[in-house]
Design a protein around this ligand. Structure first.
Ligand SMILES: [Zn+2]
Length: 225
């Protein structure tokens, strides 16, 4: 806890991450949202109805963890803010949350396929297992409830038939986990097509869990072999 980015840094990071998300095709139209925590009870957030690739800092909103608006311009908050705020409430170590609809990750969310295979070091150490949060009507209270069980032990989850949610102890970590998630979905799909899966051995995976702990990553779950 503590050691937050400043209001200024949070706003410029949200704009930058929005551009990267959009340019990489992780969101289309006005999909997706980003929040960054700036003190124990405040986050900056993307507004609803705006393309995340073309945001300016004056479009962003500041809210408390109950969703009350502290500061805003002309644009309104998104109904998806509730799942972001729930992640912060469930785990005080989290300082940024990113929601997107990346094509491969969203396909996994529709297929109900978690990322849980130890394919390479990065997906064991940095990303870890990405479980599936059960489907909930967008904007409903069931969405944050569906995500809550995963916030302490994992670095993100699929939202069934919807998209992805990743989080981190700093803003770029939350965004890079989205990149890593999409990359892992590509690789897992390609491996399935190649029909030749040579996963890391149990011993190799255990060594990576040790490495993960030493590197200070507190979450990630246990991969299946
Ligand atoms: Zn969405």
């Amino acid at each position: 806890m503590g050691n937050y980015v400043s209001d200024c840094e949070a706003k410029s990071l949200i704009v930058e991450i929005g551009k990267r998300m959009y340019n990489k095709g992780f969101v289309s139209g006005s999909d997706g949202n980003i929040t960054i925590k700036v003190d124990d009870n405040a986050v900056w957030a993307t507004p609803t109805g705006v393309c995340k690739g073309y945001m300016t800092e004056d479009m962003l909103l500041k809210l408390d963890l109950d969703g009350h608006i502290i500061e805003k311009g002309d644009l309104n908050s998104t109904s998806e803010i509730k799942m972001h705020l729930r992640v912060y409430k469930e785990n005080a170590d989290i300082q940024a949350v990113v929601h997107a609809h990346p094509p491969m990750g969203t396909a996994f969310s529709v297929a109900g396929m978690p990322i849980d295979m130890p394919m390479m070091a990065e997906n064991v150490v940095f990303l870890g297992v990405i479980p599936i949060a059960p489907y909930a009507l967008p904007g409903s209270q069931e969405v944050p409830d569906s995500v809550a069980p995963f916030c302490k032990d994992y670095n993100g989850c699929f939202l069934a038939n919807h998209g992805t949610l990743t989080w981190g102890e700093n803003p770029l970590e939350a965004y890079y986990r989205l990149e890593s998630l999409e990359n892992s979905c590509y690789i897992q799909t390609t491996l399935t097509q190649l029909n030749k899966m040579q996963l890391l051995t149990e011993e190799q995976v255990n060594d990576l869990y040790d490495l993960r702990k030493r590197a200070g990553f507190k979450r990630g779950g246990m991969m299946k072999r």
